[in-house]
Design a binder for this molecule. Structure first.
Ligand SMILES: NC(=O)c1ccc[n+]([C@@H]2O[C@H](COP(=O)([O-])OP(=O)(O)OC[C@H]3O[C@@H](n4cnc5c(N)ncnc54)[C@H](OP(=O)(O)O)[C@@H]3O)[C@@H](O)[C@H]2O)c1
Length: 365
């Protein structure tokens, strides 16, 4: 009896402490907007946002140009690209992600991750780059005239690519590469289906899967059928006319950028040892798409196939693999619309429609 009372009281105390801690963390959550005074020193234009919200929260401002740390590279940005990740950061959704992004306000007030440009300066420990080098890779706050990036998240830009093409590569192409090669374990001769073949990740995935020697089926809407076929897809399913989960075909790997079919329907069209790789899923305010990711993990315990979510990881080795694929002409970025720095809110509005054709880029000149 005593033990029961002790356990109940302890659990109540812990719960109360967690609630208080969460409220304090929420209340004290802040960012540099609260402390920012008139920018001094060398200035630059950049997209900043102080609060979560729609694209209307984004502002083009003059702020201090960043200074690279020892292992960082300062890039004069020539182009950036937009990813769904950017509007997740901007809106602070799903809310569960705010544990990392900042509870009440975004911790990082710059936006954009994909970047291509010219090295303007390097930190004292940087060995792979020098001023003047043309690079592409990943850097938080890429929607700006200058941004600092870790040396390990950059590679030299291939000469046969424009800055805009190079900027479109990092997040989308790394996701496609790691999803197919590492998570999907795709082998030459295997059959792969790419759901959402005409978007940022999908247009890279179709080409990368072909370069791995797979038989590729792409799923997209009517207006994108020819484009997906021109990227090398052996077969294209127009989702407005047919449902790939009911077409009687079987696939060794499904790379799912959309998540609009139930896990059991997707499993039905996998081979007995097939692999379902969830890249994206239906969006929600609180948890989604993480609920589907969790469901996929649990589902996987009970079936012979692999069913699971994966998160791409940026690294210079895979950026190098992609650079080689693009240098050899096996992969060519597909660019949709180009916007200027002041039009970033429009670029994000467009991406949020969920119907971009390839990549949406920002020209920073
Ligand atoms: N796990 C990770 O590490 C990771 C990394 C990057 C991205 N993601 C996620 O992956 C997803 C895709 O990213 P993205 O950059 O490719 O997005 P995107 O560029 O916005 O992709 C949009 C594409 O989805 C297609 N689409 C929409 N509804 C469809 C449907 N019912 N069936 C088939 N295709 C459909 C559209 O084609 P139509 O116009 O023809 O409809 C459009 O081309 C997002 O959810 C993103 O958050 C995850």
């Amino acid at each position: 009896m005593r033990l029961k009372r002790f356990v109940i009281r302890s659990a109540g105390a812990i719960f109360l402490a967690l609630v208080v801690a969460a409220l304090v963390a929420y209340g004290t959550s802040s960012n540099d907007c609260d402390r920012r005074s008139a920018a001094q020193g060398e200035l630059m234009k950049a997209i900043v946002y102080c609060d979560y919200g729609s694209p209307d929260v984004l502002r083009l401002e003059e702020i201090a140009r960043p200074v690279p740390e020892d292992s960082q590279v300062l890039i004069k940005v020539r182009a950036a690209a937009v990813n769904p990740l950017d509007w997740h950061y901007m809106r602070g959704t799903p809310y569960i992600g705010r544990a990392g992004m900042g509870l009440r306000k975004p911790k990082v007030t710059g936006l954009g991750v994909d970047v291509a440009g010219r090295v303007a300066a390097v930190g004292s420990k940087v060995t792979r780059f020098k001023p003047g080098d043309e690079v592409f890779g990943s850097a938080r706050g890429a929607f700006a005239e200058y941004v600092c990036a870790s040396e390990g998240r950059l590679v030299l830009k291939p000469e046969n690519l424009t800055f805009q093409q190079a900027a479109s590569v990092p997040v989308a192409a790394i996701t496609a590469l790691q999803g197919l090669r590492d998570k999907g374990k795709l082998q030459a001769g295997q059959k792969v289906l790419i759901n959402g073949a005409s978007g940022g990740v999908g247009t890279f995935a179709v080409q990368i899967a072909k370069s791995l020697g797979a038989h590729v089926t792409g799923v997209c809407s009517t207006r994108n059928v020819d484009m997906v076929r021109s990227l090398g897809a052996d077969e294209v399913v127009d989702y407005t006319k047919a449902d790939f989960t009911r077409a009687g075909q079987r696939y060794d790997v499904i790379l799912d950028n959309v998540g609009n079919h139930s896990l059991s329907a997707c499993r039905r069209v996998l081979t007995p040892r097939g692999r379902y790789v969830m890249v994206g899923g239906p969006k929600g305010r609180w948890v989604a798409p993480l609920d589907r990711a969790l469901a996929a993990t649990v589902y996987s315990w009970f079936v012979s196939q692999h069913v699971g979510m994966f998160m791409a990881r940026m690294n210079k080795e895979d950026l190098g693999v992609l650079r080689d694929l693009m240098e050899s002409g096996k992969v060519t970025p597909v660019l949709d619309r180009t916007y200027t720095l002041s039009q970033v809110p429009d670029a994000i509005r467009y991406l949020e429609t969920g119907h971009a054709r390839g990549k949406v880029v920002i020209a920073v000149d």
